[in-house]
Write a new protein. Structure first.
Length: 242
């Protein structure tokens, strides 16, 4: 009898923490919806099927990389170029995961680690790394997979119903990705001038390579990322040595 009571109490506590995670994810959930709708709409215009578009968001779950991949597909990039560019762009997740491993209660339920890792995004990482409240596994899952549901659901909605929107509104949604990038870049650029310099180097490098027309669009992005990242590493090292 006591064991059943303890089990019920534990279940209620887990459900409560999961609901708290869902509530905490609402700003991320709401922010994902318009961007995901845009992705679904653009994926349809690119020629992807509904199933391919759904799997794109359900299995990749990396907004910036998904938009980049769409652009590369439209530009006729080879699969290898898309894979390499995505790998480089998402390489930051190695660093993010290393930091979160010191925060996540991994010992609590280690078998859930792959699911916790899959749900990490730039936005959830920002929440986890700045939150001062204790987080259990159930809270983390509630936050991550509520945001995940918003992203995947928004993608499907955009694919199925995006064409209902007025053409001028559809065209304006194409800037959603750029707005997302600006929203992520500006706060960090305000904190550090070095980040501003790295962003400028990356943009100018890509523009210059595109103007040269020597490489394909996929390799232009890869080279721009590598050059900007190398410059960033050098700048940070110089600042630390001063």
């Amino acid at each position: 009898m006591e064991e059943n009571t303890e089990h019920l109490i534990e279940q209620k506590e887990r459900s409560s923490k999961f609901r708290e995670g869902i509530v905490a994810s609402l700003p991320i959930f709401i922010g994902y919806i318009p961007v995901a709708i845009t992705f679904g709409l653009l994926a349809k215009s690119t020629g992807l099927t509904l199933w391919e578009t759904f799997l794109f968001s359900a299995l990749v779950f990396a907004g910036a990389s998904q938009f980049m991949a769409l652009q590369l597909i439209q530009g006729g990039a080879e699969p290898a170029q898309i894979i390499i560019a995505t790998l480089i762009m998402n390489f930051r997740h190695f660093l993010m995961s290393s930091h979160l491993s010191t925060i996540f209660p991994i010992k609590e339920k280690p078998w859930l680690l792959p699911f916790l890792s899959f749900g990490v995004t730039d936005e959830s990482f920002a929440y986890f790394s700045t939150s001062h409240t204790p987080m259990g596994v159930d809270f983390i899952l509630g936050l991550e997979y509520s945001a995940y549901a918003g992203w995947v659901g928004g993608t499907v909605v955009g694919y199925l119903f995006g064409n209902i929107l007025p053409p001028i509104f559809q065209a304006s949604m194409g800037i959603a990705l750029y707005a997302l990038f600006v929203a992520l870049l500006i706060p960090e650029a305000k904190k550090s001038f070095s980040i501003t310099i790295v962003a400028i180097i990356g943009g100018l490098t890509h523009s210059f390579l595109t103007w040269l027309k020597i490489f394909s669009p996929g390799w232009n992005i890869i080279l721009a990322i590598l050059i900007a990242a190398s410059a960033g590493a050098w700048i940070v090292d110089e600042e630390e040595n001063q």
